[in-house]
Design a protein around this ligand. Sequence first.
Ligand code: AMP
Length: 215
Amino acid sequence: MINSATIFLGPPGSGKGTQAKVISSKIGAKHYSTGDMLRDAVKNNTDLGKKAKEFMSKGELVPDSLILSLINEVFLRDNPNRFILDGFPRTVNQALELDKLLQKIGRPLTTVLYFDIPDEEVVRRITGRRTCTKCGSNFHIEFNKSKNDGICDKCNVKLILRDDDKEATIRNRLKVYKDSTSPLINLYKEKGILRKIDASASIDLISESIIKFIS
Ligand code: AMP
């Protein structure tokens, strides 16, 4: 049996997003990435996007009220049976509100996977990342080069270094993670649902251990 309600918790650049995509399609779970939803909102210049943009480019957290109404909206719309939350919750308040929402839809959390990784590895991974402005695919200047330097393999358009992937921003994002998000590690440890993953390992090895933990 595959557990149904999982949070992927960890610093930016720990590989949560990559794994959430792989695992959700493997187990048929819905993948909710608040970062992706916000980037979409910014791209489409929606009210939410306009409000979120400044926080995101500085590496700050978007205010809880905006994130919580976003999550409430998609959960009440989809009422998902199985899901992976990637990048949410990011504050203790978000975690408490999530509990209330999950109680409302009758799907309690089953597992929280904590992606453990040293800061310097995060900086190396993120500052080397290049993103397609059209399809959002990610490449890396060391680990996952595009066939033509600086050009997306799929869309043939230019790859960029996202504002929130620049070094000063990533250092700030790591600080924000430590201050606001890392307290969730203990919160979920105390609930007995936290499982630690070595997020420095290879993508395949990490996928294997995730499947083991949630099966
Ligand atoms: P991510 O792609 O998950 O690293 O998110 C990119 C950016 O979106 C973050 O640096 C925040 O500015 C914002 N963001 C994403 N998820 C949240 C959240 N749960 N709470 C607050 N801000 C968020």
